[in-house]
Design a binder for this molecule. Structure first.
Ligand code: SOE
Length: 378
């Protein structure tokens, strides 16, 4: 039974605000933790909307100014779910106020901002994590376990894609509340920071850091109406990005992301080829891990599709019974559970701000390489 309380102050209540709120609400039902996670306050600029969100999700209170939320003594942890251009200012203020911080991905608009954020949280010594949630899909966590056990042997190739199709319509506007991901001033970049950042976070976790990259980006629709000005303005984001690079362990990486792959809604796939075995995973079928082991009897050797639902597989003892799967929202529950467990143990929860800064460095090198048309070091 929890003996302590962890009071959450959530800033921003869009799509990510909902996924995180759901995780905070569910976590104590399924995980045995020292802390009860309490939805203390939510913050947003529009009073009517933030009040309605607080009522619907069961927050005790609401604020319309994030500085007022951070100043409250009854908030232990600040969760930053705002558009990316607010991450730095809020994170630094929260760290200076001694709050723990859970920040939505990507960490920052660029490496410079990320470095300032890492310096602030390290100076304050506050617990921190960044919501790269796909690490905590049980099948992906299992992949990490198999790699760490040495089952793949030396790794030769790491391949990942993140494909969507929601911006193909040239009449879709850019910017504003719903479409800020299409405005580089607010998002930092397009698919590189939004989608490839997920692939890079998982890759660095599973396969170690990258040394250098060579990238190309494309902006297929050059001008779109901006929601805030009502005028046609140049599109500043990358609509698609492809890059290759070297990992420090000697393996080769190949990554592709786009919002122009008709038919694909959120197709995050990865494949890792090692000397002894290979692994494949697909977000559209997230509870399966495809595994090929060269040590199998050659007459029956082939790709196995492992249904990651047994109780001895990562996180699965907390849910239903073998054979019954879980989904996207559970990855966020797992991250909160790990954060709270690590808080009790005094240990960090990856990806920390420092880990997410490594991902940011790859993203910046990718964007630089696309601009210079040269290989760039990470
Ligand atoms: C964009 O469409 C998006 O919602 C990303 O922002 C998320 O990080 C990704 O998980 C799904 O796609």
């Amino acid at each position: 039974m929890p003996s302590k309380t962890l009071n959450i102050g959530l800033i921003g209540y869009g799509f990510m605000g909902r996924t995180h709120s759901n995780a905070y609400k569910r976590v104590n039902d399924f995980f045995d933790l020292d802390y009860r996670v309490n939805l203390k306050a939510v913050c947003g600029r529009n009073e009517e909307n933030v009040k309605a969100f607080a009522e619907q999700w069961g927050y005790d209170s609401y604020e319309t100014d994030w500085k007022a939320l951070i100043a409250r003594d009854d908030i232990d942890a600040v969760d930053i779910c705002t558009p990316n251009n607010f991450h730095k200012e809020i994170a630094i203020a929260a760290a200076e106020a001694g709050k723990m911080i859970l920040c939505e991905k990507p960490l920052a608009l660029n490496v410079e901002e990320g470095e300032e954020m890492v310096a602030a949280i390290e100076k304050a010594g506050v617990a921190n994590t960044v919501w790269y949630n796909y690490r905590r899909v049980p099948a992906v966590t299992l992949a990490k376990q198999l790699i760490d056990e040495g089952r793949l042997g030396k790794i030769f190739h790491y391949r990942a894609n993140f494909l969507q199709d929601w911006t193909i319509d040239a009449e879709l506007p850019q910017g504003g509340e719903g479409l800020w991901r299409m405005d580089a001033a607010v998002a930092g970049s397009g698919v590189t920071g939004d989608l490839l950042a997920h692939c890079i976070d998982t890759a660095l976790w599973l396969n170690g850091n990258m040394k250098d990259v060579s990238a190309m980006t494309e902006t297929f629709v050059k001008e779109r109406e901006h929601v805030l000005t009502g005028k046609k303005e140049p599109v500043t984001i990358d609509d698609a990005c492809t890059f290759m690079g070297h990992f420090e362990n000697g393996s080769l990486g190949l990554f592709e992301s786009t919002r122009y792959a008709r038919g694909h809604k959120a197709l995050y796939t990865l494949e890792i080829n090692g000397e002894k075995a290979s692994i494949k995973w697909d977000l559209h079928d997230l509870h399966r891990l495809e595994y090929f082991d060269h040590a199998d009897d050659s007459l029956v050797r082939g790709w196995r599709s492992v249904h990651v639902t047994d109780g001895d597989m990562p996180y699965m003892d907390k849910w239903w019974v073998p054979g019954l799967q879980i989904g996207y929202e559970h990855t966020f529950v797992h991250q909160v559970a790990d954060f709270v467990e690590n808080l009790s143990k005094g240990e960090p929860t990856g990806p920390t701000f420092a880990d997410a800064l490594e991902t940011q460095k790859v993203c910046d090198a990718v964007l630089k390489s696309a601009a210079t048309r040269q290989w760039e070091n990470v």
